[in-house]
Every structure is written in C-alpha cells, then in structure tokens.
Design a protein around this ligand. Structure first.
Ligand SMILES: *[C@@H]1O[C@H](CO)[C@@H](O)[C@H](O)[C@H]1NC(C)=O
Ligand SMILES: *[C@@H]1O[C@H](CO)[C@@H](O)[C@H](O)[C@H]1NC(C)=O
Ligand SMILES: CC(=O)N[C@H]1CO[C@H](CO)[C@@H](O)[C@@H]1O
Length: 770
C-alpha cells in the first residue's frame, strides 16, 4: 500500500512550498540539515544533562582550561572540550532552606521562578569561578573551585556563599549582561525584586562597589545584551567596560510617546566615583546611539532599533575591533532582522564628539555648544589627565564641575553609524526569529570572508555569508546551511565559538550542542558540488571537498569560488568526467499501467532549478518532460498520476545552479502492462505482509486508494498533510535517498530494493519530509 499517499504528500510539499516553481529565492538555505543528519554525520553532539533538560541560563567557554561551564536550574555543569563529549561534572546548588517557600509566599511561580537559576559564570582567579544565581528571588553568589588547567574538578565553596544583590537579577529571564575584569564583576541589570531599578553595577573586588546614579534616570527601561572590557589604547588606565543595550526613551524630538533605541554605553575600569558629587556612583558613564537602518526611496528609512545580540570580532594585530550587532524591528507592521557592523574607531569618534543637550523636557536635542570642563567628562584618569600641576590621578580628584556636567550630559549627540552606512544583512520574510550572532573571519582562496552564524527561535543555526558587491553598497547574501541543532523547536539563547576547535557551542533552555563549523564532504563528492556550495571553509582538492587551509606556499591548487560559485570555470575537467559517469548509471524502476508512479530526485541544494528529461525507446535525443495535470513536477520528483505505456523511457533529473547543469539521477522507467500484472499476481497480498519502507510497497489495495482519492479534496489539506506525515513521510525520511519509488509487487520490489540499499550505503544524508 501507500504509493499514492507518498505521491500526495510530495505533491503537497511541492505545491504548497513553491507554488510549482522549482527555483526558490537566494535567502533560502542552500542546504538544510536535520537534527538526525547532524548527529549521524557526527557534525553535532548534544548535552541535555541527567534530567533531560538543563534549564540553561548561562554559559562560559573557557578555552584556557578547555572547558565549557553551564549554569542551569539548581545546578552547574562542567564539560571537557578536549576529551570525549561530554564527560560532565555537576554541582547541585538549590536555593537555601526556606527561600523557595518565601518566594512562593511572595506570589512567585513555584516552578518557573522559585529555583536557583544560575545566571553568572565568570572567571574569578586561576582556580575559581564566580557563580551567581537567582536563589528563588534572593540572588546569591559563590565561588566554584574548578582546579588548574588539566584538572577536571568542580565544587562549590560553602564558606563563600553570599548575597548576590546587584550581581544577579532576581528573575530567571530578565535581560542581563555581565563581565569580569580583575576579579570584579560588572553587571547591567535590574537589581530589585520588582525589576524596576535598572543599573550598571561593579562589585567583588577590594574597591567599594559602584553603581549608576538612580535619581538621574540615566537608563530608561534598559534591555542589556552584552558587556565587555575593551582597551581603547595601549594605556591600561584608559580601559573601559562597554555595555550594549536597548532603551525605551521619551520621543527624542520632544513629542509624545516613547521609542526604542539601541545604545553603546561605557564606564572606566578605574572609575572610583566622586568625592562630594556622585559618591559611590559612576563618574565616567557615557552612552551613544547605535543606528542600523536601510535607506529607502524618498528618505523613507527602515529602522532596526531593538538590539538582540552583539558579537565582538577581535582583530588580528594592527586592526581595530569590529562590533557585529543583530537587531530586530519594533514595528507592529512587520518583523525584520538586520546585522550591522561597527568599527570600534567610529564608536570612539562619537564619544569624542559633542555631548547631546536639551534645554528642557519639551525641547529638541542638540549638540552642547558651551564650554566643556577639563578633564573632559567621561575620560578616564590616565596619562592624558594626570598632567603636571593637574593632579587628576583618580576620578575622586575630578572637579565637581566635571562630575556635574557628566551627570547632566550622559548622552552623545552623534549616533554611531555602521560600516558602509547600512546593514550587511537584512532578513524580513523569515518564518523564524533571530536571537544570537557569532562571526568567524575565514581566509579563502579569493579573499577573506566573515561567516555569520545566526541562532533562531526554532532550535536551528543559519550559516550565512554576506558578499559586498564591487563598488556598490548592495551586498549579496548566501545562506550556506541551516542546521537543526535541537530536536524540538526551541529558541537559541547562547552561542560561543571556539576558532581553535572550529566548533560552535549552541545553547537553548534545554541544553547545549557542540556543532562543527563545517563539514565539507556534506556538499557532495564532485568538484562542481563543492564549488557551488560557496563555503569559504571548503575547497576541492582534486579528489574531494575538504577544509581549505590557506598556506604561505600554494602547495596544491585548490578550487574554490566563493564570490561567484562558478564551477564551469573551476571544475571544467572534473565536470566532464562526472557527466560521463552520470550517463553511465541508470537505475531501473517499474511502474504499472494506469496506476500512479513517482520518480524521486532530491538535489542537495535547495537553490537549484530542477529539470526533467526523457529519452523514449527509439525516440530522438532527450526531450524535456512536459508536465500537465497527469504528470506533475514536485519538489521531490516527478509524479505520474496515471501511467501510460508511452511513459516508458530513461528519465534524467538535472539541476541548474549558477548556470551550471548537473545530473542528479537517471532512472529507466519500465511500464508493466495491466494485463501482464494479473498473471504476476493471481492472489491478493497476504495480510501479514508488512508494507515495505521507503515507498517499496506490496501490491496495491483498491479500497485504500479510494480513501486517498477522497482525501485529495483540497478542503482537507491539513488532514492530508497530517496523514502523509504520519503514515508516509516519516517512513520516507528513514528510507533516505531511495532513487526510484514504485510498487510492482514483492518480486520486482526486491530487485529495486537492493539497488536502493546500495544507494543508501553510499549517501549518508537524509532529507527531511516536506
Ligand atoms: C565523532 O567526533 C568525535 C570528536 O570529534 C570523534 O572522537 C569520533 O571518533 C567521531 N566519530 C565518528 C564515528 O566519526
Ligand atoms: C582564588 O580565590 C580563592 C578565594 O578568594 C582563593 O582561596 C584561592 O587561593 C585563589 N587562587 C589563586 C590561584 O589565587
Ligand atoms: C487504482 C488502480 O488503478 N489500481 C490498479 C493498479 O494496477 C493493478 C493491476 O493492474 C490494478 O489491479 C489496480 O486496480
């Protein structure tokens, strides 16, 4: 049974997803790898903890110790990166006795809120980490012994447990950013029980704690995203901690309402606060707007104002840091995402520029035009300020006038504009939301590329390159792969890259996955397939698609063309060989007259256009297959709804991508006449005969086929879909790359099956059902 169900679900997949057109747009991932594809190819491995879910809230990648630390619900984990994955160590850290009950008594949710959700995991010194958790709405911190490099220990120092107020939010999920510098913890958070008192806070060292001036309204409902220490120059005294966040501020033109804007803010590491003004408060805090917009016709701009995530791309020596920022729109009309890149130099320039000034709440903002006191507000006490006769060695020596000015003018007038003035990547019609960004700068044969990894809300990672067009500002986007890292759809909340290990660590609430950045053999075993993939990590080495490593001397010519993906130039000799090999092998499949049949063709790339050709016995050269309501071309192959004996012939499925044509499969279709079949099957199939998997079924059953015909009614689409999913598509994906689907009965079935089996052994990739 089941042949027609197969046909229907493929038909639906084809029609619903593509409206019949075989060429999807460029922003469709060229390759989609399912959860099982990734596991079976050893591309990924997942750690969900002993209870099947970690409720992950924090992740710290420690490349020095070769360990990954995870903060979950009531527990901390340590995984080794250099040994077999994951070999975990676990420390249980539930709330203190009584805290959980108090949390419930205060009206908090016992399951979702009243536990110790670990949100801070930061280095403390060479043997210890600082960990802080929400402690069932009573934030708590402790030191965790992790041992020296090479040891794999993990335990909590009971004597170190103390209040974590200001260092960890009360809520398990409120936006939060932290970083540690010299044993001190910098946090951007809402620090009170009700989640209203937003601040930037520093604590944990010998110096007294420092916080934001709350009366000044320096931060408007901030959503902190990232915090990091950045050295502005070689003078360590000038080091600052930068915070990236969004705010909801009163309309900047003095009008009614509030708007969301994104910010970069900073404080000096050596800030000690003021002596009479701003005591125990930041005296060097400044912030500037980050702009990410697409200019439109007639000045209509599309703004991406909500900051989702930030990745700092540290340069090889001699260049400045680049800030990759992922934004979303706050528009109610449409959902869009953009990636903008900022040069640290441009951020510094904005902080050196004029301060923003407003004469009163109803007035417009303008550049401050008066005299700015010395030392310039926001400047760290350093060689610059400590001049002879001007003893400004500490912010405590700063004149009151300077501190008053800093208090009144925390905002810079100019916004920070992205490199090239526009996003490198814009995504507007995504079915998914984007939450996380990580970037890897990769050397390829024809230049350097930034490979962007984007974590979605459906448990997958998109691997994208953005190519800058020569001269023009437009960029071309290539979605190389979509990798379904988690089995079930779950938002990606953490992403860290280890360039050393060529690995991405991807976290969701459920757990964490280790994902290899590339697996070149996935693209196929032909030069053209490798070239069309346009993956900067991969090149054709003459025999296979392998990792490209730039070397000082080009030992061997590597074929790669990221910019154009043109295999015609790169793979001329190889492609002729491949084409010759392609025409040699044709798999025979059988169909029965008057029944439906299906010829499967699953190109690796979803960006290729598919064309079918047929060579009829005794006919002229191959003709393109004419489709009509009897012969349909779907995303998965060619469907004959009612086979005629004239359909017999050799069918070739070819793909066209970047002007390059490739043969995916050649199938010799033999049509068995209806009369002939009766002599083959004088009896009904025995009921105990199980239907074969992957479309190879025993003799058809009339009653069943009728059921399907009824279901075909288009009003019943969801049900048909569901039906296919359960009965047929799921078994199909188990059936892997079966090239021909037919149901001639047990005898002929065996013959086809053995061929298909051989195919399976050759191609490890699975393709998920539509
Ligand atoms: C999978 O990857 C791990 C780590 O890279 C390696 O140790 C292991 O041998 C691999 N397994 C297979 C079947 O390739
Ligand atoms: C790290 O800090 C802990 C607690 O302050 C201390 O006991 C330990 O000796 C320190 N380790 C090193 C290597 O300084
Ligand atoms: C639905 C349909 O036409 N099924 C036919 C498939 O072929 C066999 C053999 O000729 C017929 O018995 C079925 O009725």
């Amino acid at each position: 049974m089941a042949p027609s169900a197969w046909a229907i679900c493929c038909l639906l997949g084809g029609l619903l997803l593509h409206g019949g057109s075989p060429t999807p747009g460029p922003s469709v991932p060229r390759l989609r790898l399912s959860y099982r594809d990734l596991l079976s190819a050893n591309r990924s491995a997942v750690f969900l903890g002993p209870r099947g879910s970690l409720d992950l809230r924090a992740m710290y990648l420690d490349e020095y110790r070769d360990r990954l630390f995870l903060g979950g619900r009531d527990a901390i984990y340590s995984l080794r990166l250099d040994q077999s994955w994951p070999d975990p160590r676990e420390v249980q850290w539930p709330p203190q006795p009584g805290q959980k009950e108090e949390c419930v008594r205060k009206g908090r949710d016992p399951l979702v809120e009243c536990a110790n959700f670990i949100r801070v995991l930061r280095p403390h010194n060479r043997t210890h980490l600082l960990a802080c958790g929400t402690g069932a709405f009573q934030p708590t911190c402790a030191l965790i012994t992790v041992g020296h490099r090479g040891e794999h220990v993990l335990h909590l120092e009971p004597s170190s447990v103390e209040s974590g107020r200001g260092r960890c939010p009360h809520e398990p999920s409120s936006p939060f950013a932290s970083t540690s510098v010299g044993g001190e913890l910098y946090t951007g958070l809402t620090a009170d029980f009700l989640g209203r008192e937003a601040m930037i806070f520093r604590s944990g060292g010998p110096r007294p704690a420092l916080r934001s001036d709350s009366d000044q309204n320096l931060l408007h409902d901030p959503r902190f995203v990232t915090a990091a220490r950045i050295a502005d120059n070689s003078d360590q005294d000038d080091d600052k901690v930068y915070f990236f966040f969004s705010e909801t501020v009163p309309s900047p033109d003095g009008g009614p309402g509030r708007v969301t804007v994104s910010r970069v803010g900073r404080v000096c590491v050596n800030d000690l606060g003021g002596q009479r003004v701003l005591v125990s408060k930041w005296s060097t805090f400044l912030k500037a707007r980050l702009v990410c917009l697409v200019p439109g016709p007639g000045g209509a701009e599309t703004h991406f104002d909500q900051l989702e995530d930030v990745f700092l791309l540290w340069p090889s020596s001699g260049k400045t840091l680049e800030v990759y920022a992922l934004f979303s729109t706050v528009s109610a009309v449409f959902q869009g995402f953009a990636v903008c890149v900022y040069h640290m130099e441009d951020i510094w320039e904005v902080f050196k520029g004029p301060f923003a000034h407003q004469d009163g709440p109803q007035h417009q903002w303008g550049p401050y035009g008066g005299k700015v006191p010395f030392p310039r507000p926001g400047v760290c006490p350093s060689k610059m300020t400590a001049q002879p006769g001007r003893p400004f060695g500490s912010t405590k020596n700063y004149p009151d006038e300077v501190l008053q000015f800093a208090r009144a003018h925390p905002l810079m007038f100019w916004p920070v504009r992205p490199r090239r003035g526009r996003p490198v990547l814009v995504k507007t019609h995504l079915a998914q939301q984007l939450h996380q960004i990580v970037v890897d700068r990769v050397e390829a044969e024809d230049g350097t590329y930034d490979v962007i990894f984007l974590g979605t809300d459906s448990g997958s990672v998109l691997k994208v390159i953005a190519l800058q067009g020569g001269g023009s500002t437009e960029s071309e986007e290539v979605v190389l792969e979509e990798l379904q890292v988690f089995k079930v759809p779950t938002p990606i909340t953490e992403m860290e890259i280890s360039v050393k290990r060529q690995t991405l660590y991807v976290g969701s609430r459920l757990g964490v996955a280790r994902l290899r950045l590339h697996q070149c053999e996935t693209y196929g075993s032909a030069c053209a397939e490798c070239c069309l993939a346009r993956d900067p990590y991969c090149a054709w080495d003459g025999a296979s698609c392998t990792r490209y490593r730039p070397g000082p001397s080009k030992r061997r010519f590597r074929r790669q063309d990221i910019r154009h993906g043109n295999p015609a130039l790169q793979c001329l000799a190889e492609s002729q060989e491949e084409e010759a090999a392609g025409s040699a092998a044709a798999i025979t499949v059988y169909g029965t007259e008057h029944n439906s049949t299906f010829l499967e063709c699953l190109p690796k790339s979803s960006q290729a256009a598919v064309h079918w050709f047929v060579q009829r016995p005794g006919g002229q050269g191959p003709d393109q297959v004419k489709t009509d309501e009897r012969v349909l071309q779907t995303k998965q192959g060619l469907l004959f709804r009612r086979l005629s004996h004239l359909d017999a012939g050799i069918y070739t499925c070819k793909t066209l991508e970047h002007g390059f044509s490739q043969t995916v499969v050649r199938l010799a279709l033999e049509v068995i006449a209806a009369s002939q079949l009766h002599s083959l099957f004088p009896r009904e199939p025995r009921p105990e005969e199980p239907p074969a998997r992957g479309g190879l079924a025993s003799a058809p059953s009339k009653a069943w086929y009728k059921d399907i015909l009824q279901l075909i009614g288009f009003a019943n689409l969801p049900r048909v879909d569901e039906y296919c999913e359960r009965v047929w598509c799921s078994s199909r994906s188990r059936g892997k790359q079966a090239k021909g689907k037919s149901w001639p009965g047990p005898e002929l079935g065996k013959k086809v099956k053995s061929r298909v089996q051989a195919e399976r052994n050759r191609t490890p990739r699975e393709v998920e059902a539509a």
